[in-house]
Design a protein around this ligand. Structure first.
Ligand SMILES: Nc1ncnc2c1ncn2[C@@H]1O[C@H](COP(=O)(O)OP(=O)(O)OP(=O)(O)O)[C@@H](O)[C@H]1O
Length: 254
């Protein structure tokens, strides 16, 4: 069976800097992969290449076995490759329900209708509730975004990504900026995502990474230096040197 998502020999240079070096990776349905690496390792560049925000200098991006390297970011979203961003892009005066409902209205090509009319669209109303329920946001669905906790805003970003019906979801640091005590909200919500969805997460919080992922891919200086289970990755000397440092010793995760 074809992987749901793959990159083959991806390359990106910025001037003389090789930011992505011969990166190959494949994901199957339901995979939960964490992409880790030190600052400047090329994680965001990798996601930008995958989603089509920037063009690679070499290599291919495949979705369901089909080469999408030449497709725009929007075309890739329509094919099920969806990302979230590190920085939230929400409207402070709108509610979570309005955000998700309008994303669904837009997805269905009904955005010509007047704002606020989604209440007349039962399919939109029920899917909105399902998505907000999955992300644990029903209790704040009617509050303005400026009134909800930062962690809930990050979850709303993921809800908006889910409104696009992804097959592959790329999460760029979903817990960044979230107080450590609230990280569990994000973890619990991610655990409710559909099991068949393939999820690749960039994240610096290693406790979160080890609990979330079945597989950890380590990027350093633009190249994959390790790809294995959380237990293997924590025990690998090269990874400790490049990234984990004293973390693995301190936590005894190996
Ligand atoms: N548009 C650009 N032009 C030139 N250099 C760039 C550009 N974008 C990124 N870089 C460089 O590419 C390297 C990788 O950056 P990238 O943001 O992908 O790393 P990262 O692993 O996501 O880092 P962080 O964890 O800090 O977000 C860095 O050295 C960065 O300065």
């Amino acid at each position: 069976m074809n992987p749901v998502f793959a990159v083959e020999h991806l390359e990106k240079h910025f001037g003389g800097l090789r930011v992505t070096q011969d990166v190959s990776l494949a994901m199957g349905q339901g995979d939960r992969i964490a992409l880790i690496g030190p600052n400047g390792a090329g994680k965001t560049t990798f996601v930008n290449l995958v989603t089509g925000q920037i063009k690679p200098d070499g290599g291919r991006v495949l979705l369901g076995g089909v080469d999408v390297t030449r497709l725009s970011a929007t075309q890739r979203v329509r094919k099920g490759l969806v990302r979230t961003f590190q920085v939230t892009r929400l409207f402070s005066e709108m509610t979570p329900e309005e955000h998700v409902a309008l994303a669904l209205v837009q997805r269905e090509g009904k955005s010509g209708r007047l704002f606020g009319t989604y209440a007349d669209m039962p399919v939109v109303v029920s899917e909105t509730r399902d998505i907000l329920g999955t992300l644990g946001l029903l209790k704040v669905s009617q509050e303005k975004v400026r009134e909800i906790a930062y962690g809930q805003r990050r979850l709303l970003e993921i809800a908006l990504a889910m409104a696009l019906r992804p097959k592959v979801l790329l999460l760029d640091e979903p817990a960044a900026g979230v107080p450590h005590s609230d990280t569990v909200l994000i973890e619990n919500a991610l655990a409710q995502l559909p099991p068949e969805l393939a999820v690749l997460m960039i994240e610096h919080d290693m406790d979160f990474v080890f609990r979330f992922s079945q597989r950890v891919v380590v990027l350093a200086a633009g190249a994959i230096i390790f790809d294995g289970t959380p237990r293997e990755v924590a025990a690998d000397a090269r990874v400790r040197e490049a990234y984990l440092g004293s973390y693995a010793d301190a936590r005894s995760v190996a």
